[in-house]
Ligand binder design. Structure first.
Ligand SMILES: Cc1cc2nc3c(=O)[nH]c(=O)nc-3n(C[C@H](O)[C@H](O)[C@H](O)COP(=O)(O)OP(=O)(O)OC[C@H]3O[C@@H](n4cnc5c(N)ncnc54)[C@H](O)[C@@H]3O)c2cc1C
Length: 318
């Protein structure tokens, strides 16, 4: 099992790298620890992308959506069809654990196999590790760092932490399924990054009191039936059934370091050359959202699809 390129992660960008490698006649394998486009599979069931469908396209294959913005299920279908169309060499439910050797003769250990590859592309995303709030009670089973379906929370007292797209979508959906929703927001307003067509909706629901929001506030501790929050007017204890702590996610930094990739600065940016996407470890490349370190808004599908071409051109020219 000897390849020109081994790609870690079958997200949209890992798949784009596979397509580009195939187009250039290189041998490659894509290893994915979960299902195909695992991160997207784990997004909320009713999620809508902020991008229009053509901006999520890879391999020049049109992404047809009947909606203004495509949905999660349309994206799952699109990336599945693209994978089959190009007959990509993907191994699913196999985790990359270790990397030894140097460019030209890397040895990769996975949960199921050993592989040899001349080059490695790391496109492992950022959706596997939630940012913990670090408060007492956060590990209770009523606290979720991933949100899926609002129906689960009907007729329940739900606290949503944060004011990003994920938090706002969850708050609105749960409210519309009959939950009593309270938002706890560290800043003084709803984030400017919230989708422009959703922002007025949440702001008006807060204004009319349908959704309660505490701004400039933070959770102090969580118990089975209450949550203690700190507000500008002092501490408050609120009755509560569930907490949706949608406080963002981070790349697997220890995995990156284990691969020998250096991390720099407060945001732990992985070190790579922007012209080639090659990291400080020769022959190991970075692609996709993982490039942004803690700055997980920096790269997304739209603007990181290009990494595939940059990397493969560099490998071909070496
Ligand atoms: C709710 C939400 C909405 C979004 N909307 C948009 C949008 O509208 N437009 C847009 O452009 N972007 C959007 N994004 C961002 C976009 O989804 C990500 O940027 C995108 O998934 C990045 O693709 P990727 O291939 O780099 O990483 P991912 O899709 O995260 O793929 C990484 C893959 O690597 C796998 N992996 C990790 N470690 C290992 C390992 N050790 N071995 C094997 N496999 C491994 C993971 O399981 C995963 O499948 C959104 C993100 C979220 C959370």
């Amino acid at each position: 099992m000897d390849y020109d390129i081994l790609i870690i992660g079958a997200g949209p960008i890992g798949l784009a790298c596979g397509i580009e490698a195939k187009k250039k006649g290189l041998s490659y394998i894509i290893i994915e620890k979960g299902c195909l486009v695992n991160s997207l599979y784990n997004y909320p069931q009713n999620m809508t992308f902020f991008s229009t469908s053509e901006r999520l396209e890879i391999g020049d294959i049109p992404f047809i959506s009947n909606n203004l913005k495509p949905t999660r299920s349309e994206a799952l279908e699109y990336y599945r069809r693209v994978t089959l169309y190009f007959d990509l060499n993907v191994r699913l439910f196999e985790e990359v654990l270790d990397l030894k050797g140097v460019q030209g003769s890397f040895e990769v250990k996975t949960s199921k196999n050993f592989y040899k590859a001349k080059n490695i592309i790391v496109s492992t995303g950022f959706y596997d590790i939630p940012n913990w709030m670090g408060v007492e009670g956060e590990n209770l089973s009523k606290v979720f760092h991933y949100y899926n379906d609002p129906s689960y929370f009907a007729i329940q007292k739900v606290m949503v932490v944060g004011a990003s797209n994920s938090s706002v979508d969850a708050a609105l959906e749960c409210y519309r399924k009959g939950a009593e929703v309270t938002m706890v927001i560290r800043n003084g307003e709803i984030s400017d990054r919230v989708k422009y067509w959703v922002k007025p909706d949440i702001e008006n629901r807060i204004k009319e009191g349908s959704i309660k929001a505490y701004f400039n506030s933070e959770i102090k501790s969580i118990k089975e039936d209450v949550v203690l929050i700190n507000t500008p007017n002092g501490d408050l204890q609120l009755d509560n059934d569930f907490v949706l702590a949608l406080t963002g996610y981070q790349p697997n930094f220890s995995f990156l370091q284990h691969l020998g990739i250096m991390l720099e600065g407060r945001n732990r940016y992985p070190k790579y050359d922007e012209a080639s996407m090659e990291t400080n470890r020769k022959g190991v490349y970075l692609a996709g959202v993982v490039c942004g370190g803690m700055d997980t808004h920096l790269w997304f599908i739209e603007n990181s699809r290009i990494h595939a071409e940059i990397i493969i051109s560099h490998i071909v020219s070496e």
